[in-house]
Design a protein around this ligand. Structure first.
Ligand code: SAM
Length: 346
């Protein structure tokens, strides 16, 4: 085949970028309609599945065929019939890992949250013009299940990541370790610490509605005797004293630079001498133009918060030192987890 010219390649690259939204939409639509759940136990024809899901058979067949092209599903041809309508659709290995109800690396609930975020991204031009999140992206949070859906999606993600993080934190075994999981949401990181370290006493500190979600999720994991929940607002109150460790996972990113410093100072005040703060975030390069995932997340924060943004690692080290922390260092997370941990000591 003739090699493409540079212009042809660039034209093709731009087209793929322009229409990249279609891939995510196919994945989310399959999940939202219940395609993966319905095919989990047995392969079905488009007509059978359309009846089960109560959708149009022709529309569904097109969706399923696109999902086959994306290797989310596979086709099982009926050898005794030339009719494509008798072909059955089954889960492909790519979907097996994360898209079934009991998948080991679950993404199902993340899909629900991502659909809400997909709608947020439609307001990007508005957000860029105003330099803050558009009204529509404030209104969506008023829907009744917003907090629970959000925390459950993050909990799924934590199920995969928290054991790795807990291992890396290497809590000393010779004394009780009081850990405050600030903005700990679902409690997944606190539960991983409690499971890994019998001497850990974690408390999730959360806004009242998220605290309710955390209490529910922690109870669902039979961990209520090991992980406490405290309903509070770190904007309005100080932390109780003498914590051995404070986690700030995915929390500082929603704050302004002054807000980040204020919160870190509160953490410093709440820690016992020698206590540690651990921050988990995505980092921007010093020139703020990469890596790609962080620049996308920075836009996401523009769409989703009043004035939050990701920091560079240099900035975060600066905030920590200004708040009084010493021995500020990075704890290397495996690359597939994407984000990074930074630790500082009082
Ligand atoms: C992105 S989530 C991170 C959840 C969890 N730490 C994780 O890494 O998966 C940020 C959390 O901070 C909580 N949060 C935001 N502002 C807060 C405040 N003023 N006081 C307490 N929690 C707050 C939110 O409710 C939310 O659960």
């Amino acid at each position: 085949m003739k090699k493409l010219t540079t212009e042809q390649r660039q034209w093709r690259t731009l087209q793929n970028m322009l229409r990249g939204y279609r891939f995510g939409q196919i994945l989310m639509t399959c999940a939202r309609l219940g395609v993966f759940d319905a095919l989990a136990s047995n392969a079905q024809t488009a007509t059978e599945l359309a009846t089960q899901l109560n959708v149009n058979a022709n529309g569904l067949a097109r969706l399923l065929n696109a999902a086959v092209s994306l290797k989310l599903l596979k086709l099982k041809k009926n050898s005794s019939s030339a009719q494509t309508a008798s072909n059955r659709y089954a889960i492909a290995p790519l979907a097996q890992t994360s898209l079934l109800p009991n998948s080991p690396f679950p993404l199902g609930r993340m899909m629900r949250r991502e659909h809400a975020f997909y709608q947020r991204w439609a307001w990007l031009d508005e957000a860029v013009k105003m330099g803050t999140r558009p009204d529509a992206n404030i209104r969506d949070e008023k829907s009744s299940n917003w907090v629970m859906d959000f925390e459950l999606a993050l909990f799924d993600s934590a199920k995969v990541q928290a054991p790795v993080v807990a291992e890396l934190l290497k809590l000393p075994a010779d004394r009780t370790m009081r850990v405050l999981d600030v903005g700990g949401g679902h409690g997944g990181y606190s539960m991983a610490l409690a499971r890994q370290y019998p001497n850990a006493q974690p408390t999730v500190f959360e806004l009242p509605e998220a605290a309710k979600a955390a209490t529910h999720i922690i109870a669902s994991q039979n961990m209520s005797t090991r992980v406490a929940v405290h309903a509070g607002d770190f904007q309005k109150e100080d932390f109780l004293p003498d914590w051995d460790m404070m986690l700030l996972f995915g929390v500082l990113v929603s704050e302004t630079p002054a807000g980040k410093l204020r919160l870190l100072r509160k953490c410093h005040a709440g820690l016992a001498k020698g206590g540690k703060v651990v921050i988990r975030e995505w980092w921007l390069d010093d020139n703020r133009a990469g890596p790609l995932e962080s620049t996308l997340f920075s836009l996401h924060m523009l769409l989703s918060t009043q004035a939050g943004d990701i920091s560079t690692q240099t900035e975060m080290f600066g905030y920590l030192r200004e708040a009084g922390f010493r021995h500020v260092r990075v704890l290397p997370l495996p690359q597939w987890l994407g984000s990074a941990l930074v630790m500082g000591e009082k």
